[in-house]
Design a protein around this ligand. Structure first.
Ligand SMILES: NC(=O)CC[C@H](N)C(=O)O
Length: 402
């Protein structure tokens, strides 16, 4: 990430895109503290096998969370654009499911963890299917299954679909696309192998171009939080109110993220963090806690498996501190975000209550506070708490214990 793309807003106070979340808001304070606790964690390096990604600023660090009532909270570099890379894969899988149905998609790509690296060259013996839609081979196939009679049409559907998940129109980073296309011989090899095996049909170079463009779509941490909240909410974007995919397709996607989303670190991730997630080599991680919220984290330095070092640590901290693990038997103690209909949420203050969803066309994000879309302030809704509970925020997050 170049200096001119860096967003200074964290130093400038509350950001427009999040709307008028007031100073001292407890959840923003919590996200600030997680970032502060991890600021000195400087292991890893940005990916460089795609040369353009090697230019990323390793100090960038953003953390956003979107609740199922469409409130977006964030800390740090939450509005800095970066390419989605593999974080695009679950959403394109969702679009393929919507366009082809689950059986036809699963006939072409498996749903089993590979236990191998994201770019591993291993197809299912006998069928030639890639193991799952979260590794490169599987994602090349799922992107070829999105509806469209030409590659341009198919990519237009992908770009529109990713935008519907994010709640705003998205664009491609042409420099990253060109860099990836010029150097993507491993993906090219995988695609030709799958074409030979019959699991990838059509013109291989055209299919690859769609996949490379999909990986080069620009998003922000705030976008990732909204996109994952859309999956967590069963396919409805909580900011725009738009149904993007069917509930069962959102469920299928979350299931595959839970088992395969962190590649050969997926088992450890599920054991320690316990939430469906997807990482990308730009340094992004998206997390969805079903029925609760979506998280977006961005920090370019990666560990050896291609996952963001600070992103992993931030998710560990959040999961540990708030008992977010899906397998936790004492689920009622999962503190953040109890269903609105059952309890007042401890994470919302009166001043941050959001107005009912406006039509998507009115939800453009601009630099003017008066047109901020994601968290329009209103008068307090009835029966809502005006102050966070006494135990909120919890004691300092400390270091990651898992
Ligand atoms: N893990 C990733 O984010 C990999 C995506 C990258 N575009 C690739 O194909 O290698």
């Amino acid at each position: 990430m170049r200096d001119d793309q860096r967003n200074p807003r964290h130093d400038e106070g509350p950001a427009c895109e999040r709307g008028p979340v007031p100073a001292g808001d407890p959840l923003t304070g919590l996200l600030d503290r997680v970032r502060a606790d991890l600021r000195d964690l400087d292991d890893g390096e940005p990916a460089s096998y795609i040369p353009e990604l090697g230019r990323a600023d390793p100090t960038l660090f953003g953390l956003s969370l979107c609740t199922l009532d469409g409130q977006v909270y964030g800390s740090g570099d939450t509005a800095v654009p970066f390419t989605a890379q593999s974080v695009s894969k679950p959403f394109v899988f969702a679009l393929a499911l919507a366009d082809q149905g689950v059986e036809d998609v699963l006939a072409r790509v498996g749903a089993e963890p590979s236990g191998e690296a994201f770019n591993s060259i291993r197809l299912e013996p006998g069928t030639g299917r890639p193991p799952n839609p979260m590794v490169n081979a599987g994602a090349i196939v799922t992107s070829s299954l999105v509806a469209g009679t030409t590659p341009d049409e198919r990519f237009a559907r992908i770009l529109d679909g990713l935008g519907a998940f994010a709640g705003r129109p998205l664009a491609v980073d042409e420099a990253v696309y060109a860099s990836e296309r010029a150097t993507g011989d491993r993906n090219r090899a995988l695609a030709y192998l799958m074409h030979n095996a019959g699991s990838l049909t059509g013109d291989v170079e055209e299919q690859l171009a769609v996949y490379f463009r999909q990986c080069s779509v620009l998003v922000t941490c705030d976008d990732l939080a909204v996109m994952h909240a859309t999956l967590a909410g069963g396919g409805v974007n909580p900011v725009t109110g738009e149904r993007v995919v069917a509930p069962r397709h959102a469920q299928h996607v979350l299931a595959v993220m839970a088992t395969c989303g962190m590649y050969d670190a997926s088992g450890q991730w599920m054991l320690r963090v316990g939430m469906p997630a997807k990482s990308g080599v730009s340094g992004a991680i998206g997390v969805a806690l079903p029925g609760q919220f979506g998280i977006g984290v961005f920090s370019p330095p990666l560990e050896e498996k291609g996952n963001s070092v600070r992103g992993i640590a931030a998710c560990h901290l959040l999961s540990d501190q708030f008992g977010l693990h899906l397998m936790r038997a004492t689920a009622p103690e999962r503190r953040p975000l109890p269903p609105r209909s059952l309890h007042p949420s401890p994470l919302r203050s009166c001043a941050t209550a959001r107005a009912p969803s406006a039509p998507r066309s009115t939800r453009t994000r601009t630099a003017s506070a008066s047109t901020c879309s994601r968290a329009t302030s209103t008068s307090p809704p009835p029966n809502r708490p005006c102050a966070p509970p006494a135990n909120w925020p919890p004691p300092s997050a400390g270091s990651c214990s898992t």
